[in-house]
Design a protein around this ligand. Structure first.
Ligand code: SAM
Length: 553
């Protein structure tokens, strides 16, 4: 068998037309119709590749029935329009006979796979022997249909794929990591999990992959097909499959999975779960995952070759500007006479509402008040269910005396290639990526002294809208009278919705360090009491902000 989509030496006959069988030596080829972009099965007589295919079957509404170990009946709807005559519909049944049982099985899998490219909205349905098996995949059982619809609609648009492609840190790091590790790709079968525009599939093909299956669930699969067809020297080794990785069937196991499944705070979108499912469903035992490992900073951790580990990094921060800006947003609801209406009953809810939005922006690392800690996700061994709830104990030592306004988070990923190790970092202070960093701001800041311990917990709970609710608790011992006796804790908690972030700034501002803030605090401090400040009564310090339409990613 030359390729999983090409079957030489078959015989076929148009049973519905009563046509005589075309003897062995014909070719059955799966591919895309140049005009419609839809999937086709072409049956071509031997020795006549230059002429039109003898029979072309549109797979969009075709079915396949098993007649024998090596025999299949492909039934499709056809129409015929003659000048001045109404269009006539009819069914066409074509019998195809393969050489061996192995080829016969591969033929049926290829048929289903190509047909799946257009079964959008009917996921979980596989055709086998002509009957439809109705089964809900793991994706469907845990994700709300309305969320999935919006999610794949978003990724079905080229403008959002362009946004990711134009993140040069991201795309350039993937390109370098793949090309520098050609030996990991050469002659290998690769599955691109969530292929989007198909860019990583094309990189893998450039690095010498034998065959790449580009699996993409959104309408972007059609664009990917066009991009791949437009790069024929690479495209002939790439098959685009429209479907979810939780559902598609491939004719062979992958030697390598390649993917870019990282969302804001790493876990947003819940695509990491799809990546783990793809590992279990589509990757050969001991297969590799690309990217491989994640970390930042301290301490450096060496991971085993081609384990797939990512890390979320966290550190407390102090940012008076940000805090005041957020508190001020709710000031609108402090009006007693808004067209004759007292808005104040809603002020408390509005205030809490603003603090339930994690802030996505790029900030100056000098705002961090202790070295970061990290949490590791080991994809080599972890179960998908372990991503449903992530519980991270926090412990830091403050390096300065300041007000702590919350927890800053980011992530790193390692491409642990056999030749070169390459990191993709989203850390503050590094070149900014489209992920930026994420900060959970507490509505009630904590006061700490230099050397004081800050403890707490970051608890992430996944929900069916493809994101997480964040429960943050941070505590510090009080100082001053009675502190020596111990046990007096200031604790601040927050409940934040990762799916509804506040996209704040495109680039880092020139911030003051927390020491500067301490010195300048009087001019930043609101005139009113601490209580007033927390309730948004602070004077109108405004900071220019650019709302980002960053969408999901
Ligand atoms: C972050 S984008 C990455 C796109 C592309 N790989 C790149 O690097 O530019 C993730 C893509 O995965 C697709 N996707 C997400 N979950 C999927 C699933 N369960 N099965 C198939 N595709 C999925 C999305 O539609 C989206 O196009």
């Amino acid at each position: 068998m030359a390729s999983p989509d090409l079957f030489p030496n078959v015989s076929f006959s148009d049973v519905s037309a009563g046509a005589a069988p075309v003897a062995d030596g014909a070719t059955a080829a799966f591919g895309v119709d140049a005009t419609s972009g839809g999937p086709r099965l072409s049956l071509v007589r031997a020795g006549k590749p230059e002429v039109e295919p003898t029979i072309e079957i549109d797979l969009s509404d075709a079915q396949i029935f098993k007649l024998g170990p090596k025999e299949w009946l492909c039934v499709s709807d056809e129409s015929e329009a003659k000048a001045g005559v109404d269009e006539k519909s009819f069914s066409r049944a074509v019998k195809v006979v393969l050489r061996t049982e192995a080829e016969s099985k591969a033929f049926s899998l290829a048929f289903q796979r190509w047909k799946q490219r257009v079964i959008s909205g009917k996921t979980g349905e596989l055709l086998e022997n002509g009957s439809i098996i109705a089964s809900r995949s793991k994706f469907d059982t845990k994700i709300e249909a309305s969320s999935a619809k919006m999610y794949f609609h978003y990724y079905g648009q080229l403008l959002h794929q362009q946004n990711m492609l134009q993140d040069f840190v991201r795309t350039g790091t993937y390109y370098a990591a793949v090309m520098e590790n050609r030996s990991d790709f050469e002659g290998r079968v690769v599955v691109d999990v969530g292929a989007g525009s198909g860019i990583l599939s094309l990189f893998a093909a450039q690095a010498g992959a034998r065959h790449v299956y580009a699996v993409e669930a959104s309408e972007m699969a059609e664009h990917a097909q066009r991009l791949i067809s437009g790069n024929p020297s690479l495209g002939q080794r790439i098959t685009v499959i429209k479907g979810k990785v939780e559902e598609v069937e491939l004719p062979e196991k992958a030697d390598i999975l390649i993917s870019e499944p990282m969302g804001t705070l790493l876990v947003n979108e819940r695509m990491l779960e799809s990546y783990v499912i793809a590992r279990d469903r589509l990757l050969a035992p001991n297969g590799k995952m690309f990217p491989t490992t994640g970390r930042t900073g301290f301490p450096f951790v060496k991971f085993s070759n081609f384990s797939y580990i990512l890390q979320i990094h966290m550190a407390p921060f102090s940012d008076e500007y940000l805090y005041v800006e957020m508190a001020n947003k709710a000031l609108f609801w402090q009006q007693h006479n808004f067209f004759g209406v007292d808005l104040t009953p809603l002020h408390g809810s509005a205030f809490q509402g603003y603090f339930s939005q994690p802030v996505v922006d790029a900030f100056d690392p000098r705002l961090l008040i202790s070295p970061p800690t990290y949490h590791t996700l080991d994809f080599t061994n972890m179960k998908e269910e372990e991503l449903y709830e992530i519980d991270i104990p926090l412990s830091f030592v403050a390096s300065v005396g300041t007000r702590v306004h919350g927890l800053a988070c980011w992530f790193d990923v390692l491409f642990n290639g056999s030749t070169v190790q390459r990191w993709l970092t989203t850390a503050p202070g590094s070149p900014t990526t489209h992920w930026y960093q994420l900060r959970c701001v507490l509505s009630q800041p904590l006061y700490v002294m230099a050397g004081q311990e800050i403890t707490g917990r970051l608890h992430l709970v996944a929900h069916s809208s493809q994101s997480y609710t964040i429960y943050l608790t941070m505590s510090a011992k009080m100082w001053g009278v009675g502190a020596e006796q111990g046990g007096i804790l200031q604790t601040s908690t927050g409940k934040l919705e990762l799916k509804e972030p506040y996209y704040r700034l495109s680039q880092p501002q020139s911030y003051m360090t927390s020491q500067d803030q301490q010195q300048q605090q009087p001019s930043l401090q609101p005139q009113g009491s601490e209580q007033q400040m927390q309730e948004g009564l602070s004077p109108g310090i405004t900071i220019d902000q650019v709302d980002q339409d960053c969408g999901l990613h």
